[in-house]
Design a protein. Structure first.
Length: 196
């Protein structure tokens, strides 16, 4: 660990590169500092972590230690042996730690994101050209960047209420909602009005 003024920096391995990030920083934010976007819908730095969209899945490992002595376990070449978590974890609920290894672009992670996008789009209307958010929609962008490009499902989409008034300035379009819970957390944590 390196101390830089008030902010302590730790070194992590991000997609094969050693980078320094503030200790304890959220992994989504830490990756963004170094130009690596981890896609996410529900995460917002000013709100509590919900972790319900699952788009920010990553592979993560940390240096292994001997249980008895606490000493680092080393590979034959003297580098620390990394203990990888067996399944992808959500990056929004993971804080960086010294020596952490993170892979945001493995085939496994890409496959998980494709499945998540397909799930999120199951009941979402695919009428992007007439949508008010067309061209400025993260769902549309991520579907293009991280989706399969096709759906394995041909079921009829659920039809939900289009304009539910929640207040004088808030209207809910249930067909567009992907259940990220940002609006709920904002109303509870920032506005302090549990209207939703």
């Amino acid at each position: 660990m390196i101390s830089s003024g008030k902010k302590e920096l730790v070194t992590i391995n991000l997609n094969g590169k050693e980078v320094e990030v503030p200790a304890g920083m959220n992994l989504v934010d830490a990756a963004a500092l170094h130009g690596n976007e981890i896609p996410h819908y529900c995460y917002h730095p000013q709100l509590s972590v919900a972790g319900n969209c699952r788009m920010c899945l990553i592979e993560m490992g940390t240096p292994m230690r001997d249980r008895a002595s606490g000493e680092a376990i080393l590979n034959e070449d003297g580098s620390p042996k990394i203990g990888w978590v067996p399944k992808p974890v959500i990056g929004c609920a993971t804080n960086v730690s010294p020596g952490m290894h993170v892979n945001t672009e493995s085939e496994n992670v890409k496959g998980c994101r494709e499945g998540i996008m397909e799930f999120l789009l199951l009941n979402h209307p695919l009428d992007c050209p007439i949508c008010d958010q067309a061209g400025e929609c993260r769902l549309q962008e991520f579907a293009t960047d991280y989706g399969r490009g096709y759906s394995r499902y041909a079921e009829r989409k659920n039809v939900k209420p289009k304009r539910t008034r929640l207040g004088p300035r808030v209207t809910l379009d249930d067909e567009r909602c992907i259940l990220c819970s940002r609006c709920i957390r904002f109303s509870q944590e920032v506005a302090k009005d549990d209207v939703l």
